[in-house]
Every structure is written in C-alpha cells, then in structure tokens.
Design a protein around this ligand. Structure first.
Ligand code: MG
Length: 339
C-alpha cells in the first residue's frame, strides 16, 4: 500500500479562544492510503495541549512508511492497526489518522460502508450535541441562538459564573444540556453544582474533577443526582477499567487520543461489559474525521460530532451532520471524498 500526506488549515466560523491564544484556523493532517488505485482517507487535527503538530505527525508516519509499504492489501483494518501500532506507539494521533484511512479504504475495496461491514444498522442513532465554548454569558447565549435546531447542547463550564451561564441558556431553549467542566471543579463545588444543574435539565457532567482527584469521584458519584462522564480520565484503552473503578458512569472516547477506530471499538466493548455509558467526542475535525465517528454511531449512547459544523469551509464530502443528525452518503468505506 502507498501513503500520501495532505495538510490543511481548516478555517473556523468563529475564533476559538482559550487562555493562551485565540485561533482562527485548525491545522489538520489528512492521510491518504492507496491500494490498486483506490484511496481511503483519515484525519488527525493538531493539538497544542497534547503536543501533536503537523510536523510531529508527519515525522511519525515517515518513520513508519517502510513497514507500511511492505504490507500488500487490506483484509482487516484491526489486523493492519496491530501491524502498524509498534512503529506508531508514541504517536496515537498519527496512528489514528492512518487507522481511519485504513477503514475508509477497506470499505471502498469491499464496496460497502464500514458500519454495514461491522454488522450494524442505522435504525436508531443518537443525535449530536452542539458545543458552546466557555465565554461571557452574553456571547454563549448568542452562540446558542445562532444554532437553534440541535437536539442537545454541550456547555463548557469551569468559571465563577457557571450557574448563571446555564440558567441564562435555559431561558433560550428546552433542549437537554450536557456540561463539561474540563477538570475545573473541586469536590465540594462539584456536589453543589450537580444539585443546581439537575434542576436545569442537564443530562450529565463531563470530567468535573482533574484526573489527580480521581479518588474523589466515588464520593461525588454518591452525592450527585447527575451521572459523571470521564474524558481527560479516559484517553487510551487501559483507562476504561479504572474509570469504572473510580465510579464514573460513562466514558467519552476521542479517536485521536486512543489511536483510531480500532481501539475505540474495543473501548466501547469493554465499557459495555463494565456497565458504562459510551460517548465519542470530536476535536474540530473536518468531514474526514467526522465520517469516521459516524461509522461507530450505532454503538453509542451520546455523541459530540459538531467539528465540521464549526468550520467556515470543509475539505471533504462524507457524512454530514445537519442540526445534530448524521446524513450518510452513498460512498462506501467511511464515505469520504476529498473536495
Ligand atoms: Mg471534554
């Protein structure tokens, strides 16, 4: 098989602001995997927090190229992942982009969408939330009003005025909210806020405490009327069991952090066997990455796949998310075609 790398700067509809910087574009790496004239596409966006850049991912894949080019054909993406994982063990983002491309190629070579090759159907699919980033209450309200038709919203919290934000947004819509504290609370604060949020039609709280305070999750889970989802606590396969032991009710999987669709499927199976709820989240991917998440959608309780909806312009066709609902294309594999 042959590999080709493409890099893009995805233009965002709105500047994305965090404490260190404000960005207007999201750099992304697209992996094209080719066999017998057919190409599959995968993606990993860069992430300064986790230290993955276009240069670092490209270097990882360049080092893995000799191994990859020795592999002839693609019978099973999970087997391909196991063959490539040793060379990319230190770079789950690059491994993710390659694994997504392998799935897209596999389905295209077989003439079926990936979800069907996995024996799934699209009869009942969860709707995606739309994420409202942390900002002043005025700006957060304006962002929600701009996107009025999503079935639910994920609200980023972790500020002094958390409850004021949710109360204000609650006057705008009756749709359920999820809140994501991104490790921003302590135990006492989280217990108090969980009771207030439960009265505001909030479905669950994502990552209320930092991973270093995981010992407090059990106490919070006992006191909180709302379920607790792990995100920063659950990055790779080995994190699933500890999340259940800490007392989380579910996990939010990110494909770039765990290394792609192959480990994500195993994490979903393991979470189910432990009685955990399962969500997949996105990292401002284009339609290439979102179309990969869509193949796993029938297996999920919740999904956050609004990435491509945040872009001013996209680089691919594939699964589109329209007001939170996934619309599947006729293309096989993950359904991706670069524009
Ligand atoms: Mg999160």
């Amino acid at each position: 098989m042959k590999i080709k790398l493409h890099t893009f700067r995805l233009p965002l509809k709105h500047p994305f602001t965090i404490s260190r910087e404000s960005v207007t574009t999201q750099p992304t790496l697209i992996v094209e995997l080719e066999h017998e004239g057919v190409s599959g596409f995968g993606e990993a966006t860069t992430n300064s927090y986790y230290g993955h850049t276009l240069a670092s991912m490209s270097a990882s894949l360049a080092a893995a190229r000799p191994d990859l080019e020795r592999i002839d054909g693609l019978n099973d993406p999970a087997e391909f992942w196991a063959q490539m994982q040793p060379a990319l063990a230190s770079d789950p983002f690059a491994l993710c982009a390659l694994d997504l491309a392998a799935h897209d190629l596999w389905g295209k070579l077989r003439g079926e969408p990936v979800w069907r090759l996995w024996g799934l159907n699209l009869d009942t699919l969860p709707g995606s939330n739309f994420t409202i980033g942390i900002d002043t209450p005025e700006v957060m309200e304006a962002k929600l009003r701009e996107e009025p038709n999503w079935p639910c919203y994920k609200i980023k919290l972790g500020a002094d005025h958390d409850l004021e934000i949710v109360e204000r947004l609650r006057t705008v819509t009756k749709a359920p909210f999820r809140v994501d504290a991104n490790c921003g609370w302590n135990l006492e604060e989280a217990i108090a806020k969980s009771h207030a949020l439960a009265k505001l039609n909030v479905e669950f709280i994502e990552q209320p405490l930092p991973p270093e305070q995981s010992a407090d999750i059990q106490a919070l889970a006992s006191a909180s009327p709302l379920p607790l989802m792990a995100d920063e606590n659950c990055q790779v396969e080995a994190d699933v069991d500890p999340c259940a032991e800490y007392g989380f009710h579910g996990i939010n999987i990110k494909l770039v952090k765990c290394g792609g669709m192959t480990p994500a499927r195993r994490m979903i199976d393991r979470a189910r066997s432990l009685g955990l709820k399962v969500m997949i989240g996105c990292m401002t991917e284009s339609t290439v990455g979102i179309s990969a998440i869509a193949q796993l959608l029938p297996l999920l309780d919740y999904v956050d796949m609004d990435g491509a909806a945040l872009l001013a312009s996209d680089i691919a066709e594939g699964v589109k998310v329209v007001d939170g609902r996934a619309v599947y294309p006729s293309e096989n594999g993950n359904g991706v075609r670069l524009l």
